[in-house]
Design a protein. Structure first.
Length: 318
């Protein structure tokens, strides 16, 4: 790790690249990692699943709320969750970072360490990327994945009569955001859920193997993201209110803040849970919890009625 007073301008582009790629993690599908004009990643079944997310300082993260290492982990997690939502397994990450010349070099090193640490959770590495100058710190991550011979699970396959289920946390990141927004730093578990999400990576391929008909990463809020499945599949989705998982710790935080924990679970984004539809309850994998059903029609309802207690989820520029 560099001196805390060094900026990226002091270190220089190529020296900084050497630092952050000195001990890269590497998955079994990485045939050629960082150090050349491009990486080489195996695609055993002839197809590559790919997705990209861009995180901007002040929009997606704040260093007074999250240390750089956790920002890096979050940047990796939001992309790896999208790979899982297709029923695929990750094979590598490509990372582009743009930042002001005055950015402390250790900040970039710690972000890179966080990216590598989260990638290691799914046994892959950062296989390449780029550094450049900008007025705002921006992290762009592209994740690659493999379907391992399976068909992709898209948003467009849900059918009337299907069962709706979810794997992972709901409402935790929204609760952590609310706590941080009030100037608090505890409860640690709630705040930590906003700083670093914990997507159920293995649940995506498990859902695909179980015969999931549609699936999505819950990044913008459960209601909003289920709306994407409903629209793509031309179906209606109805949630059973009593089946929505609301942890007691979130209820306690909501009570203290004068908020609604159920609203966080229904509309809060950035937990990166997986919501999927299945042809019957008997095939729903153990990591998933049944929360509703698919029918004929359009839109998303809760207990048969439209949700009217606030915005259904996050939208940029709104």
């Amino acid at each position: 790790m560099g001196d805390v007073d060094e900026t990226v301008a002091d270190v220089g582009e190529f020296a900084l690249i050497r630092r952050i790629t000195a001990t890269p993690g590497r998955g079994q599908d990485t045939l050629l990692g960082p150090g050349d004009d491009a990486a080489v990643v195996a695609a055993p079944d002839g197809r590559v699943v790919a997705c990209t997310d861009v995180l901007v300082e002040g929009v997606h993260f704040r260093f007074d709320w999250s240390p750089p290492e956790q920002v890096g982990r979050k940047a990796a997690a939001v992309n790896l969750a999208d790979i899982a939502a297709m029923g695929a397994v990750p094979t590598g990450l490509l990372v582009g970072i743009a930042c002001p010349a005055s950015t402390p070099a250790p900040v970039i090193e710690q972000i890179s360490a966080g990216l590598a640490a989260e990638a290691a959770r799914v046994r892959v590495g950062v296989v390449g990327g780029d550094l450049t100058r900008s007025d705002t710190l921006v992290i762009s991550v592209t994740a690659l994945g493999s379907l391992d011979g399976r068909a992709p699970v898209t948003r467009a396959g849900a059918l009337p009569g299907d069962i709706l289920a979810v794997a992972g946390k709901l409402g935790w990141s929204a609760a952590g955001f609310a706590v941080l927004g009030r100037g608090f730093r505890s409860p640690v578990t709630v705040v930590g859920a906003h700083r670093v999400p914990a997507p159920p990576y293995a649940a995506g391929p498990a859902a695909a193997l179980a015969g999931a008909t549609a699936m999505i990463d819950v990044s913008d809020g459960l209601l909003a993201d289920l709306g994407h499945i409903a629209a793509a599949s031309t179906v209606a989705i109805d949630l059973v209110g009593d089946l929505i998982p609301v942890d007691q710790r979130l209820v306690e935080v909501a009570t203290a803040l004068g908020a609604d924990a159920r609203h966080w679970a229904l509309t809060g984004g950035e937990d990166h849970a997986l919501a999927a539809t299945f042809p019957s309850a008997s095939v729903v994998p153990p990591d998933f919890r049944i929360i509703g059903s698919v029918g004929r029609g359009s839109g998303v309802t809760v207990d048969g009625r439209p949700y009217t207690s606030g915005d259904p989820g996050w939208q940029h520029w709104r």
